[in-house]
Design a protein around this ligand. Structure first.
Ligand SMILES: [Zn+2]
Ligand SMILES: [Zn+2]
Length: 291
């Protein structure tokens, strides 16, 4: 039984490996199927599919959509940090109109938010420009600019000791230069994935930051009621105990399971194929996909 990787990123979003080069990497380590799941973008799918055919591995066209995780209100009534809600679409049609609309909307939201955060920084007396952020992102060969790029400029210009220090001081939720982004509602993300003939899978549930199992169960139920098809149980951020917890949840709600590394190239210390997801996980998803 071979292994597969159903979650990875290319330079079409914030990865460092071009989509046409990923299949050769996957084949080299013996994977038999690969999903490309760039953030809010299907731009790399065509190139990756062609290259998968070239090396003889199965390709799963995918996308990873960021959605609104909802407010997190603490017992004192104050809204504090939120977790991250990412929804993977697997087996999506590359050229679906609804997915295209979502990509455009998310790109616009990001394009207006990042310059606005840099403006806020400037108001706080931080001397960086948006050009510097764009230059850095271009140098790294990524198409999607985000807070990590702003953070790296802050570090380079000695306004922060590290990327995480830059987030704490300026960029994280509630920090002085933070600006809330325009989020898609989870229902919109799930509907768009279904419109494109794909399966909607909640990515890395650990990042929802719901240590209370009841709260997590409630969140999964809510998503299931919206049409969620599966849970990403294996992921580089999941301990074996979490994998077991998520597999139990999948059973409870009759959901499919998926798994992947969330490979980003050399941006993160995560290796392609490192989750050793058995091929049968891929086959179950393939057989369940919407036509
Ligand atoms: Zn994610
Ligand atoms: Zn991802």
């Amino acid at each position: 039984m071979t292994c597969v990787d159903l979650h990875c990123h290319s330079t079409a979003s914030d990865g460092t490996v071009p989509p046409e080069d990923l299949p050769a990497l996957a084949a080299k380590i013996g994977l038999s199927a690969l999903a490309l799941t760039d953030h809010d973008s299907t731009n790399g799918l065509q190139a990756c599919e062609t290259a998968c055919k070239g090396v003889g591995i199965d390709f799963v066209p995918g996308i990873e959509i960021s959605a609104d995780p909802g407010p997190r209100i603490d017992t004192d009534g104050v809204e504090r940090r939120r977790g991250t809600l990412h929804i993977l679409g697997l087996f999506v049609r590359h050229d679906d109109s609804e997915l295209g609309k979502i990509s455009d909307r998310m790109r616009e939201a990001r394009n207006s938010r990042n310059p606005a955060m840099v403006e806020k920084l400037q108001e706080l007396g931080v001397r960086i420009s948006y050009d510097e952020v764009e230059e850095l992102a271009n140098r790294q060969g990524t198409l999607i600019i985000g807070r990590p790029h702003i953070a790296q400029v802050l570090v380079a210009k000695s306004y922060a000791k590290s990327v995480s220090d830059a987030f704490t001081k300026y960029l994280k939720f509630g920090a002085p230069a933070f600006i809330r982004r325009d989020y898609l509602q989870p229902q919109e993300a799930i509907d768009a994935i279904h419109h494109a003939g794909g399966l909607a899978i909640v990515a890395h549930p650990v990042q929802l930051v719901m240590p209370d199992p009841e709260e997590l169960e409630h969140a999964i139920k809510r998503l299931t009621d919206m049409g969620l098809d599966g849970i990403e149980t294996r992921h580089s951020d999941h301990t074996p105990a979490l994998v077991a917890q998520y597999e139990k949840l999948a059973k409870q709600f009759k959901l499919l399971t998926s798994g992947g590394s969330d490979f980003h190239g050399d941006r993160k210390p995560v290796q392609l194929g490192s989750q050793q997801v058995p091929r049968e996980v891929y086959e179950r998803l393939r057989d369940a996909r919407k036509s």
